[in-house]
Each structure stands twice: as C-alpha cells, then as structure tokens.
Design a binder for this molecule. Sequence first.
Ligand SMILES: [Zn+2]
Length: 261
Amino acid sequence: MGIFRSIRRSRLIRQGLLPDDAWAWLREDHPILDGLGDEELARLRELATLFLREKVFEGADGLELTDAMREVISVQACLPILHLGLESYENWKTLVVVPDVFIQEHKEFDQAGVAHEWDEDKSGESWDSGPVVLSWKDVEASGWGDGYNVIIHEAAHRLDLLDGEINGRPALHRGMSPVEWGEVFAAAYENLKRRVSRKKRRLRIDSYAVEDDAEFFAVASEYFFEQPEVLKGEYPDVYRLLSAYYLQDPQARRKKPAGGA
Ligand SMILES: [Zn+2]
C-alpha cells in the first residue's frame, strides 16, 4: 500500500469507526460472523468502516439507501478480505443497490442471423470494471448462515477478476499451485454438474454453481462463509484451497462456542 493511501486510511479510522450500537447489531444480525476472535472482529470493523467511506453507494430504481443498508453491505463485503486487505477490492469502486431481483435482457443472433431474445432474473451483477449491482431483497437474505450470500458472491467475482481474468481462479498466494487449483475445482465442478444433470439427486450446493468456472468459484465462496460444513463435507479439497486463499477457516471457528472470545 502506498504511503499516502496509508496516511489517508489512518485518518479515516481516526475520524471514527462504525459506531458501537451499529457494530453491536451488525454482529448480532450476521450469524456468519460467529466464532471470529476479538482481533479479527476489530479488523473487520476497521475494514468495513473504510469500505463504507471509500466506496460509492448508489440507490437505484426508487431505492433510498440508509446508513444501515450501507453498513450491512460493507460488513459482509469485508468478511472475505479479512486477511487479504482492502487492496483486493481496488477494482471495485461503485455499488448500485436496487430494490429487488432485476431483469437482464439478452439478445443474441444465431448463425442464420435470427435474433433470439430472453430475459434473465438476476440478484447481483458484476461487470468487468463497472459497478457491482445488488438487489436489496437478496442482501437481506444474505449473512444468516444458510448458504446464500449475494454480496460474497459478487465480491468473489471481483477477487477473481483481480488478475485480469474471470475464470474461477483468483490471484493465488505464493506457494499455492495454479495446477492443483485447476484440477481440484474442475473435478468438483464436473462432479456437481453430473449430479445436477441426474435431476433426481438431492443437492446441498446451489446448482447455479455449474453455470461456469467463475460461478462455481463464486457459489463455493458463498458456502465457504455461509455453510462451511456443507462445502467441506461435499468438496473437502475445494474447501481446503479456499481456506488457503482466503486465509480463514470458517468451519473450525464455527465449531467454537459463539461469541468474539
Ligand atoms: Zn455470479
């Protein structure tokens, strides 16, 4: 981090962290934070404060953004980067929040030149360098520890993109093998794809993960933080590599008695 940014961030922190009352209910309303130690919670509070101040939040389609809404988004967005640092979101400047799932219009021409148009329901969207769009309704459904998290999903796409390519593999730390990452994720992806295609099987992981490599990484990241025991049970090697990348072990900390101690 540059010296000027470092000074500016220290100043932002000195101006005040997220207020005590906000921090208290944010912790209470986010079971995915259970098991974090005091030091990690303090770090998360600092990151969320900086995220809140540095990113641009915009309400759209009639949504009036409140401080509480911004805080809910910030704290969840900062959980994945707890040990990666805010620099990992350098490519993420603006968040647009809309009230509900939005419709994305697609239009494609086939080889015969015939136009095909269809609509797709979206709860979140991450364009290459543009804003991250989030549906507030889906934000409200995130963070409860039930496997779904639109903020972590979109954040994972941003982390994936940091090395210039959205391919389901973020910039790995020194000592991590891109080959191993590729093999482990491809095997899990193919396995889930097979299970999705045999429709009768029950699935514990959202089938949206088999859209492509990037979605698999984003959905696996949601489970990693929301329901780590599910991901570890289904795909232990994926869990292990995500743990090495995010530098966290949510499954181990959840097993501890709840609370920040
Ligand atoms: Zn996605």
